[in-house]
Design a protein around this ligand. Structure first.
Ligand code: GSH
Length: 145
């Protein structure tokens, strides 16, 4: 199995932590990628039209994205201990995962505001709103561990 990755991507880290927890790390080969919303990585786009990481290649030749799908795939391969199969526990787990992804989404948008958007086009209130979203979500997690 292979995963297009960057050490800076929190979504890739989520997948690698999942692989580690399931004892699958040794079977996942890392392929460097330069995902960028402006200077788009054509090698990556050939596998995933969204041009995003993580993008995952199975041993059977399938291409999987995004990180939620990859984590569920790894869980199924590794014995299915992380995602409950059915019932309230499944919906609670998926909602918790969505909350975590929402933190990453908000933080990444704030990061792109600094790293990708030209200074003259930056919108401080919008960036602050994204960081506030991450903080309210983390506060919620802290209050409901
Ligand atoms: N929903 C996606 C988000 C992935 C994502 O935004 N990855 C970033 C890197 S951290 C990326 O590929 N950015 C380039 C782009 O959006 O074009 C997932 O969970 O995998």
């Amino acid at each position: 199995m292979k995963i297009y990755f960057s050490p800076f991507s929190p979504y890739v880290r989520k997948c690698l932590v999942t692989a580690h927890e399931l004892g699958l790390s040794e079977r996942v080969q890392l392929l460097p990628a330069n995902a960028n919303p402006v200077q788009r990585d054509q090698e990556l786009i050939a596998q995933n039209p969204l041009g995003q990481i993580p993008t995952f290649l199975t041993d059977e030749g399938s291409v999987l994205y995004d990180s939620r799908v990859i984590c569920e795939y790894l869980d199924a391969l590794g014995g299915g201990t992380l995602f409950p199969r059915s019932g309230a526990a499944r919906w609670d787990t998926l909602t918790l995962a969505a909350l975590g992804d929402g933190v990453l989404d908000a933080a990444l948008l704030a990061r792109y505001e600094d790293a990708a958007r030209p200074e003259a086009l930056r919108w401080a209130a919008w960036r602050a709103g994204q960081l506030d979203k991450a903080e309210t979500a983390l506060a919620h997690l802290g209050a409901h561990p």
